[in-house]
Each structure stands twice: as structure tokens, then as C-alpha cells.
Design a protein around this ligand. Sequence first.
Ligand code: G6P
Length: 488
Amino acid sequence: MAGQDSASTGADGSEGYDLVVVANRLPVDFSVGDDGEVDWQRSPGGLVTALEPVMREADGAWVGWSGAPDLAHEPFEADGMLLVPVTLSAGEIERYYEGFSNDTLWPLYHDVIAPPTYHRQWFDAYRKVNQRFAEAAAAQAAHGGVVWVHDYQLQLVPKMLRELRPDLRIGFFDHIPFPAVELFQQLPWRKQIIEGLLGADLVGFQRGGDASNFLRSVRRLTGHTTRGSIVTTLDEHGRPGRRVRAAAFPISIDTNYFDQLARSPEVQARAKEIRTDLGDPDVMMLGVDRLDYTKGIRHRIKAYGEILQDGRIDVEHTTLVQVASPSRENVGAYQELRDDVEVLVGRINGEFGELGHSAIHYLHHSYPPEEMAALYLAADVMLVTSLRDGMNLVAKEYIAARHDLGGVLVLSEFTGAADELAPGPLLVNPHDIDGMKDIIVAAAHMEEREKRRRMRNLRRKVMADDVAKWSKAFLGVLTAVPSRSSHV
Ligand code: G6P
């Protein structure tokens, strides 16, 4: 066990880990062979990249779900950290993951773009599964250690964990938006969620607006008081209890990794090859999203089809590549979205495509980072048109890849990234189809000098704040104050 070298002593006298990350998913993919043997491979997601350096330094453990039903696996070592799988049954995946997390909280927190479904059995499963995650974290953390809980799937964990282990320093980071209280109060279990989060010492959000929304919900829906970014909880006798800080920590990516990837001769050659394969268009536009209704893919493709219809661009000179990676395929709203997008793409290609010139190249796949970097480098215009997005890391990856200062970023106003990056990108309101069409056409025709000027500004912002800095900033605030000062 990695934790045994530095041998901290846990609350029950056993050794434990100084830093425990708790997230819905483990940073590895499991596969079960024909012989029933379980194997795993690293899945290099944003979060693991962010946390890897601190996990190594701090002697870390990661608690998360394997991604498969009923898969029980002992904790194991990988890349200098302990991975602790949490087992979910098929029914729990349906109710906790597909149900409450992705058909209740996800649409509610993204401003009800799709209608949230409220089912009491789903919430029961959410509570039960959160308790399991809390217990797994409690079993791994060293006495006085730090536990960092991530995202909307695990909002009850901070309180449950504090009840099990009052000695711990607990942080929570919400990767998605936090909605306005007028929407949040639809949730029948709104108080439990707020109380769950207030089990943490620090609750982090992507944007200042998300932190304000949370603080307003605390004021409106509980008896706790707030002053600036600090919540003072009241105990059952109405006496002031713990202090909890809520603040914004906008997340980033491993900027250097994407910059270096895009500078490699292989990726540059692949970028050229992509353009050749597309028939050397004058303008290649690119969309890269999980196939999710929050991403505004329908709006973007509709606008693109109308621009073709209006004759403002043509398929001989311009093409759109849309990468839509498969996501949450058992949830109804995602199945409907896939059907809608595929019908729309088919219709536009049928109407405007020519032999050797497709209007839209639609790819329902995920790709490794090398291929993504090549696509970014090949694309003259990057279209990020989310209807709501906590941050949008694709926008940052595109900027990090464009060391050549080429490329134009069209970015929705409704992303966390827009708060940080304006005025470099061309901002759009994806609901305003005419406005978005004008901006897409302007992006396609932007002069080289203007492109370079904007990209230089964008890179100045993005390259300065990488994800390691983000995790250090969060953990720095979480651990700065002596633990007794989290009590009034
Ligand atoms: C968003 C969420 C993450 C989630 C990811 C992929 O970025 O904030 O928590 O892991 O989507 O979704 P999935 O449901 O496949 O984990």
C-alpha cells in the first residue's frame, strides 16, 4: 500500500492516506475477459491529470466506481496511488447513475434544458450509494487527512463522511453549473443536498455565479446564515456551528501536454492528412462534444444547414467535422438527441452534399488525445455552442493546441469558459440562430492578423492557468485554515 511508507495513523488506529479523492468514476477502465478475469487500463481523463502530481506527493487514494455493474475488485495500486473500487449493482446504476444523477440532477443543474424527472426510489438509491462512497473514503483516510469529493453524483458524501470521521478536512468541487434557487427549489430533496454539501469545509464551483447561486439557496432554503463567501451553520439548538466557505475555482486542462502534443511532428503530419482526406477545404469547422443535449449540437447543425441553404458557404470550400462521443446511452433524453442529430445530419448531407464533398462529417466515436490535437490543429474554426456548460474544456484544449496562433474560437456565452476568456473568442448565444449564423460566417472569413491577435490573447489566459495550478489552489485554500477555525 502506497500509504504505508509515510505511515500516518487513521482514526481507528490503522494507517491511512493523507489525500483521498472521491469521484463517481475511477481513473481506469475495467474489462472482463472471456475467462471472467478482470483487467484494467488507465483512462487519462482531465481529473486524473489534474490530481496525479498532488496524489503522488501526498500519498493518495482514489475512491470511485469501475463503470461496470456488479464488479467487485479489491483496492489496488496504480501509478503511485491506491485505487479503491466501489461496487454498484445493475439496479443501482439505473437508479443512482442513469436516474438521479443523469436524469434528475444533470438537467436541473443545466437550467432544465431537458425536463428533470423526480422519482423517490432514485433518490433512495442516490443516498444509499453516497453512503457507500462515504464509508469507503472513511476507511482509507489518515487521521486528520484531506478528502476531496467531486461532482454532482456525490453531493451527500461530505455530510455523511463528516459524521463518520469528524477529524477530516473535507473539500467538495462541483464540476457542473449550480442553478439559480428558483430552479433548484424544484428538487424535492433540496434541503438534503444543501446539508450534504455543507458537510464540507470548502465547496468549490466553476464560476462566481455558481457560488452565489449556492449561497442564495443556503439562505432561502435553510436556517444557516451567510456572510460573503462564508456560511455559518446553525446546529439543532440554533447555535452557530461550523463555518463553510463557498468560492469559485475555474478548472483548466493540462495545457502544456496539449501544446506539446500539437507541436509533435506526428500530430502535425496527421493534421495535414486530415485536411487532405477532407478534400483540402478552404475552411474546416470543428465541433467536439460528448453527445449531450447541453452542448447545443442541434442548434449548431441547424445554423450550419441554414448557412448552406442561404448560399453563404458551399460544400466545395467549407466542411464541418462533428465529433460526438457516445455518452449515457441508456438515458432516454440522450437516445432522442442521438436520433435528432443523426436525422438532421443526414438531411443536410442529403440536400447539400456532393460526390467527394460532404457538408458534415459526423463521427460518433471517442478519440485518443493525439487524434484530438490533430483535429484541433487542422480546424480553422472551432464551434463550442453549449446551451449551458460548467466550464467546457474543449475550448481550452483547442487554444492550448494552437501554438501556431491559427484558428478562431466561436464560444457560447453560456459556458464557464466564456466568463474567463472573453473578449478573445467570438461569443454567441446559441438560441439566436440568426446571430449564430452571422458569427460562424464571420469566423470563416476572419483575417489572419485578427485571428492571430485573438488567439495570442486567448493563449495568454489559458496557458497561464493549468490544471495542476487549479488543484493546488483548491487544496491550498482547503488546508490553509487550521481545522478548529472551521468552528466559530
Ligand atoms: C461531466 C461530469 C463528469 C462526468 C463526465 C462524463 O464532465 O461533470 O462528472 O464524469 O461528464 O460523464 P459520465 O456520465 O460518462 O461519467
